[in-house]
Design a protein around this ligand. Sequence first.
Ligand code: ADP
Ligand code: MG
Length: 285
Amino acid sequence: MEPVVEACEKTEDAGRLPVIEVKNLYKIYRVGETKVYALNGVDFTMYKGEFCAIVGTSGSGKSTLLNMLAGLEKPTRGEIVIAGQHIEKLTENQLVSFRRKRVGFIFQSYNLLGTMNAVENVALPLSFQGIPKKKRLAKAGKYLALVGLEKLARHMPNQMSGGQQQRVGIARALAVHPQIIFADEPTGNLDSHTTMDVLRLMQTIVREHNQTLVMVTHDNHLATYADRIFHIIDGKIVKIEDNRRRAGRDAEECADPGKDEECADPAGNEAGGSPVESTDREEVR
Ligand code: ADP
Ligand code: MG
């Protein structure tokens, strides 16, 4: 299986700028007596300006992989090189700074602060960059407008629909202008119509800003919005599908990320993935 992936990467992606390089990545958890290979030897490269979907059933290792890429968890072994930097070698403090500078997150449950209105929520990550309050709010307002919510700037999260809250979440992730945006089941709590809107929005924004978006989903149909689809089964990437034509642009257009095209497929089902939680599990060291 793996040689096919390798060959595909080398021929089709020559000349593109790598942003995330994963080499021989393992994450092994111990559950009682047994070892769980949440990631079982993963290799791939993701590029600047790409929308990548990681798709697999519940328990296949999607969230584990995303958490490793975002520097939220350490791999058991293997390498993760992001924009030339080996993140598996960074200390906790260095990881915090890496995430603040380079990474934006979009969560399934939005994770907005209930005590702050929309514009304040979007402005929050900017406070870590030492930007003065007035400037922060102005910038946050700009990103709210980008996701079509300028009129709801003073609304509290509980005064907005799920789709609106997720748009605030997207604006917040984008406000720091991260190189990479990670989204774990971002439409998992939305109805199918809103799901489609949110996916199109993410697709358009990432293309316009030439960022890299990595979205995890258990829904094959949602993955068709992505430029490439990484299929994960039992902690292994078994197939990398080039979906650029179907997602509304071909290889040439990828070189011109300013161009936005209609996407080919409407989104399907309401999603509802749930990561497996555990209280008494330990990582194998
Ligand atoms: P997905 O996001 O695709 O549903 P996960 O990455 O959450 O899958 O989990 C992959 C596998 O690793 C599952 O078998 C899960 O039970 C296991 N796993 C995830 N997190 C832990 C943990 N903290 N301790 C032990 N096992 C875990
Ligand atoms: Mg998960």
